[in-house]
Design a protein around this ligand. Structure first.
Ligand code: AMP
Ligand code: MN
Ligand code: MN
Ligand code: MN
Length: 277
């Protein structure tokens, strides 16, 4: 049985390990196929690839694109694309450039809630300043004792309706799928179980995604329950989507699923890697 993890993060976005360390850890954990999928950023890929290939495992270039759909933030994973593709890189650059402005607005909201200095505090956790995001804010809020861990930050802060959350103009679904397909890659809906959509809204998302040429859906994710596995396996069969699996590993201290620690795909689904070049 192959061990496949097609969703992981490094310090190139909001993970805690360097890209090479993610690959090394995957090798130690017996991973056969690994994708690094940093948020809106591909600059960690060559480092992870070099280390993965040194360790003898198959490396797939990946990215997790932040988009807005149905008024919520949704993530689209791109896999096995041409990393030099100009349109994809320009699109990702546009998303990254919006993150610093958003972080300043988040910081202003937190200051109104009585917590000053969050922009500077969060920035200390962002190795890649253009990738400043909620995880970096969460780590700073833990550091100053506002919450005991990152998980509890996301219960009381930084999410819709709570202090520190701001709406933001991300890319669109059509843009993200277009960039990935244009670069010769496969597009997958990341962790569909995480979105607070009704069943009808989820179907609308899947319809839109399929209509744009989206091919895959994460059935197995570090943030999925057993119910999600059943629900999204059923939807993958119904829609004819390829099935993807990944840990969504961010770091040993923060992720309960290790890199490569995700469950395997149900045997009857068509694995997304059958479509890789
Ligand atoms: P951003 O791209 O800045 O909106 O940040 C999104 C990131 O925040 C996700 O990729 C996760 O790493 C993290 N995150 C979001 N919700 C949670 C949660 N409930 N618990 C832990 N981390 C979360
Ligand atoms: Mn993240
Ligand atoms: Mn995500
Ligand atoms: Mn992720």
């Amino acid at each position: 049985m192959l061990i496949v993890d097609l969703h992981s993060h490094s310090r190139a976005s909001d993970g805690l390990l360097s890209p090479a360390d993610v690959a090394r850890r995957a090798a130690v954990n017996g991973v056969d196929i690994l994708a690094l999928t940093d948020h809106d950023e591909t600059n960690g890929l060559p480092h992870a690839r070099a280390e993965a290939e040194r360790a003898g495992l198959r490396f797939i270039d990946g990215v997790e694109i932040s988009i807005e759909w149905g008024g919520l933030q949704v993530h689209i994973v791109g896999l096995d694309f041409d990393v030099g593709n100009a349109a994809l890189n320009a699109g990702l650059e546009t998303i990254r450039s919006g993150r610093v402005t958003r972080a300043r607005r988040m910081s202003a909201e937190l200051e109104k809630a009585g917590i000053p200095g969050c922009f500077e505090g969060a920035m200390r956790y962002a190795e890649n300043p253009n990738l400043i995001g909620r995880s970096h804010f969460a780590r700073y809020l833990v550091e100053i004792g506002v919450c005991r861990d990152v998980r509890s930050v996301f219960e009381s802060y930084l999410v819709p309706g709570k202090p520190g959350y701001v709406t933001h103009q991300w890319a669109t679904l059509a843009e993200s799928v277009g960039w990935i397909l244009g670069a010769g890659g496969v597009a997958a809906i990341a962790h569909p179980g995480r979105y607070k959509f009704s069943r009808l809204e989820m179907r609308n998302l899947l319809d839109d995604f399929k209509g744009l040429g989206g091919q895959a859906i994460e059935v197995i994710s570090g943030s999925h329950s057993q119910e999600h596995l059943i629900q999204f396996s059923r939807l993958a069969r119904e829609y004819g989507f390829l099935a993807s699996c990944g840990s969504d590993f961010h770091g040993p201290e923060e992720s309960h699923v290790n890199v490569g620690g995700n469950a395997p795909l149900p045997a009857d689904l068509t694995p997304v890697w059958t479509a890789f070049r």
